[in-house]
Design a protein around this ligand. Structure first.
Ligand code: F6P
Length: 341
């Protein structure tokens, strides 16, 4: 069997660990032959490939990013895109695809599966917002990077008696903000699931200053104020219709300064959260996802993706992963609220 592998969407630490596991087990256990598609769905759409054998995956376990490249190309938005992919797979003699990606990449994989393409998915995203799996790889690394940044900002906040705001990624889910904020001892955490009240945020900040301890506000890039309380600008959309987020930290910086009279400064962590080497947890999860994904290929169990349930790796229908976003439950947020102010 000839198997194509691709990585789509925003990169994240652990992608290479999956590729390595898929290829190593696929070759040694099943005798498969592999081909790498470059830059997500652009690869199969344009027939752009690179060699992918055991030698090509040596040494990549700890490396961030993806040796295959990635993109946000949406073949469903290209005229005849699905037909072109099918034709290219046939021309290249590719029998099956392992698609490693988040909501968008796996959404395309779901549509292709419905149209008869042999595809197995592996869920990745720092946002941890995919249904059907307890965790996606990339998330733990992003949380640890954000936590370390918060730890470092605490010392500066205290030295300068400033309110420091840390804007983290996560799109429309507050997982990174919640986990990193809790781990880093944030004064308040703002997440997209619960619109915030700027007066309440300022009250938390003032109360923290009264204890002679400087506040750190952790805000998810998708967090929004309660309706009618603050003006926010909206960004451009990508080919999947997602608005580019970011900028809420800067809005908070000026609002908090103006309302409290204290100096407030924002740090936007941005792509730093997606870069560099994966944590041990992400390497472990990504590797196991890869091992189980290639088993699904061997079983011809198309339209499935690997998922973590407790400590077990199971298979779940791709459609389940992308049906609805997994967001932060209010009871989890209430746990963190104990430490606000
Ligand atoms: O989905 C991962 C993610 O990093 C989100 O947290 C963020 O909103 C988005 O990707 C950023 O995308 P890009 O790197 O294309 O700007």
């Amino acid at each position: 069997m000839r198997v194509g592998v691709l990585t789509g969407g925003g990169d994240c630490p652990g992608l290479n660990a999956v590729i390595r596991a898929v290829v190593r087990k696929g070759v040694s256990r099943y005798g498969f032959d592999f081909v790498g598609f470059r830059d997500g769905w652009r690869g199969p759409l344009e027939g752009d490939t690179r060699p992918l054998d055991v030698q090509a995956v040596r040494g990549i376990l700890p490396r961030g990013g993806t040796i295959l490249g990635s993109s946000r190309t949406n073949p469903l938005k290209v005229d005849g895109g699905v037909e072109r992919i099918k034709q290219n797979l046939a021309d290249l003699g590719v029998d099956a695809l392992v698609a490693i990606g988040g909501e968008d990449t796996l959404g395309v994989a779901t549509r292709l599966h419905e149209q008869g393409v042999h595809v197995v998915g592996v869920p990745k995203t720092i946002d941890n917002d995919l249904g059907a799996t307890d965790y996606t790889f990339g998330f733990d690394t992003a949380v640890n990077i954000a936590m370390e940044a918060i730890d470092r900002l605490h010392t500066t906040a205290e030295s300068h008696h400033r309110a420091l705001i840390v804007e983290v990624m996560g799109r429309h889910a507050g997982w990174i903000a919640l986990h990193a904020g809790m781990a880093g001892g944030a004064n308040v955490i703002l997440i997209p699931e619960l619109p915030f009240d700027i007066d309440e945020v300022c009250a938390y900040i003032e109360s923290r200053f009264r204890t002679n301890y400087s506040p750190i506000v952790v805000v998810a890039e998708g967090a929004t104020p309660k309706e009618g309380t603050l003006e926010l600008q909206t960004g451009d959309k990508d080919s999947f219709g997602h608005v580019r987020l970011g900028g809420i930290g800067t809005v908070l910086e000026s609002e908090i300064s103006a309302r409290t009279g204290k100096e407030a400064r924002a740090t936007v962590l941005g792509h730093i959260q997606r870069g560099g080497t994966p944590t041990a947890f992400d390497r472990w999860l990504a590797t196991r996802f890869g091992l189980h994904a290639v088993d699904a290929v061997a079983d011809a169990d198309w339209g499935q993706m690997t998922a973590l349930r407790g400590t077990q790796i199971v298979r779940a229908p791709l459609s389940e992963a992308t049906k609805e976003l997994k967001t932060v439950d209010s009871s989890l947020y209430e746990e963190a609220e104990v430490f606000f102010g």
